[in-house]
Structure formats: C-alpha cells, structure tokens
Write a protein that binds this ligand. Structure first.
Ligand SMILES: [Zn+2]
Ligand SMILES: [Zn+2]
Length: 332
C-alpha cells in the first residue's frame, strides 16, 4: 500500500490545485460508498483519497508535507519513529499532531512533530552561527496527562468520527466537528490547566546552530524534550548586502573625481571592513569582485560583488564651476 499522498491521488508533485481537485473528484466519485455499497475495499480507498486530499488540497498542509517529503526524510517513517503504520490517518495524526483528523485538534501526539518559524539576522545566515530563541512548543499537559479532563463521552454530533460531512454525494466536504472540536469525544469536566485541549504551550529556551549559507526557507530539524521540531528560517534583509547564491552583492558610491583618479575605499564585508581599490578610470556601474568574501556553502566560497555608483555634483560653487569648466575645456 502506497503511503505517498501524490501517488494515492495519481498526480505528480507539481500538479496545480485544479489538477489535484479534478483527480480527487474523479477518484472520490469512482470509490464513493454510495456507488459501491458493501464494498469495504472501495470504502477504504475512498477514505485514503479523502485523507490525501485533506492535506494536498490545503496549500499550507501541502507545503508542510512537501517540506518533509523533500527534506530527505520519509515523512511517514520520520513521523512514525521508524515504526510501521497500517492506517493513513495514523500517519496524518503523527505528522500534524491532530486526533486522527488533520483539520481538527485532538489528542496531542506525544512524539509529534511541530514546526516553528524564526527570524535570523542576514549575517548570521550568511556566515553561520548560533542563535538563542524562546520557542513556544506544544507539550502534553502535565495536570491531566493529555486527557483534557475527565468524564469522556463519545461526541453525540459526530458519533466519535471527529468530523462531519456537508453537501451531497461526492461533492460533500468534511469539516471538523464543532461540538467536540474534532476530537470525537466530549468531556464532562475539563482540565483547568489546559482547558480540555490536553496540551499546553511551553516556552523552551533553545540554542540553534545555523549552518553557513542558510537562507529563508531553510528548515532545521532539531529535537527538543523528545519532540521533533522543524525550525524554518526567515532571513532578515540587510541594508547593505543582498545574496545571490554564494555571492554577496552590494554597491558603493564614489565621487566623479574618485572614479576618474582612482581611490581606496573601506568596504563592509562579512568579516569587517576591507580596503577596496577603485582604479583610475572606473566607469559608473562597474562591478568589482572581492574574491572569497562571499558565503561559504557546502565547502565552496562565493565572492562579494561591488557595484560602483558614481555620484555627480548637483549644485556647484563658483570655484567648482570654474574647475569643471576647465575640465570641459581640456576636452574631457
Ligand atoms: Zn490538562
Ligand atoms: Zn464531534
């Protein structure tokens, strides 16, 4: 049995939302219990198709799924901690930490995977380094041990399924049950510490090692308190630098005389200020390469590319006017 959600829907990973929806509708129609009464295999397929579309049809969930799938981790074995799975909903529960329903809340997975995003300075991303952050991570409520309270009863609205369908036939869509919040059960007495959720957000002070050459979207996998946490990086812009792969781009402004006569400037690099020679006769827009001053990524170092901007005087004093007139008369 394939566990790849794209394979379940018979589409490629680059398929558009429209293609996904069409594939889902075709398959759902073919396998719908209404058209296949007493066919448990079709019912099972229908359930798997619905579960797959629950994820892939939701841009955020799809992104999260793609991230885990592409990150060199089999999302399923990663989520399962290497144990086998029989049921797709188990996989989804482990991936998204829900109660068998990727949309709903539910029992927190004790070994779940959570995802957070942090912002890091440009230079830290480029050079690598360590950042300290306080992350708010889900943790099992210690007061109720994750039960959420006492007096558990099967939800009367959804009969324990955690979700309800609305609409008709194969166009029907599943929604988390509002009565039980997708858990499938209600509690007579809710836990005072977690309000019935069974989990709380705990603040963890963590130290994260940022690899050199990290960029926005880079996701680090770390383990905090027994839970796998995917930390997605967002790199702040820098006022001076921009990145182009391993190369750093920046610009410096020189006067007309500096461009014509040459100059030596102190230019900011990742390792502090470094002298850069502007040769006599440097043209506006010239790009000067500072070798080896770029970003090190996978053992290869980029360069810093400096664009020379020439600033011409806007207003001239009488003396400057006379000097520029002489330049003109000399034929330059
Ligand atoms: Zn609690
Ligand atoms: Zn319910």
């Amino acid at each position: 049995m394939t566990k790849d959600l794209y394979e379940i829907l018979g589409v490629s990973e680059s398929s558009s939302p429209d293609e996904l929806r069409k594939a889902y509708r075709d398959l759902a129609k073919k396998n719908h219990p209404d058209t296949n009464p007493d066919d448990s295999a079709a019912e099972e397929r229908f359930k798997r198709i619905s579960d797959a579309y629950d994820i892939l049809g939701n841009p955020e969930k799809r992104e999260q799924y793609d991230l885990m799938r592409k990150g060199g981790h089999d999302p399923f074995s990663a989520a399962a901690g290497g144990e086998g799975f029989g049921d797709l909903s188990d996989i989804l529960r482990s991936m998204f930490g829900g109660g068998g329903n990727p949309f709903g809340g539910g029992r927190p997975a004790s070994r779940g995977t959570s995802q957070v995003e942090i912002e890091i300075p440009f230079v830290t991303a480029a050079k690598g380094g360590t950042v300290q952050r306080v992350l708010r991570l889900p943790a099992v409520c210690s007061k109720c041990n994750g039960a959420g309270g006492s007096g558990r009863e099967t939800c009367a609205s959804c009969g324990g399924a955690g979700r309800i369908s609305s609409g008709q036939g194969f166009f029907s869509t599943m929604h988390p049950c509002a009565n039980c919040g997708g858990r499938g059960y209600t509690l007579k007495k809710k836990c005072s510490a977690c309000g019935g959720a069974g989990e709380i957000r705990s603040s963890e002070n963590v130290s994260l090692r940022i690899p050199p050459g990290a960029s926005s979207g880079t996701t680090l996998r770390t383990s905090i308190g027994g839970n796998t946490v995917l930390v997605r990086l967002r790199v702040k812009n820098d006022r001076f630098f921009t990145r182009q792969g391993r190369d750093l781009l920046c610009s410096v402004t020189v006067t007309a005389a500096q461009a014509v006569l040459g100059a030596a400037l102190m230019v900011r690099t990742l390792d502090g200020k470094v002298k850069l020679k502007i040769k006599p006769g440097t043209q506006p827009g010239a790009v000067l390469r500072m070798r080896g001053k770029g970003v090190v990524h996978n053992g290869i170092t980029g360069d810093q590319l400096v664009t020379v901007v020439v600033k011409l005087p806007v207003e001239l004093t009488a003396e400057q006017r006379s000097l520029w007139t002489k330049v003109r008369e000399a034929g330059f």
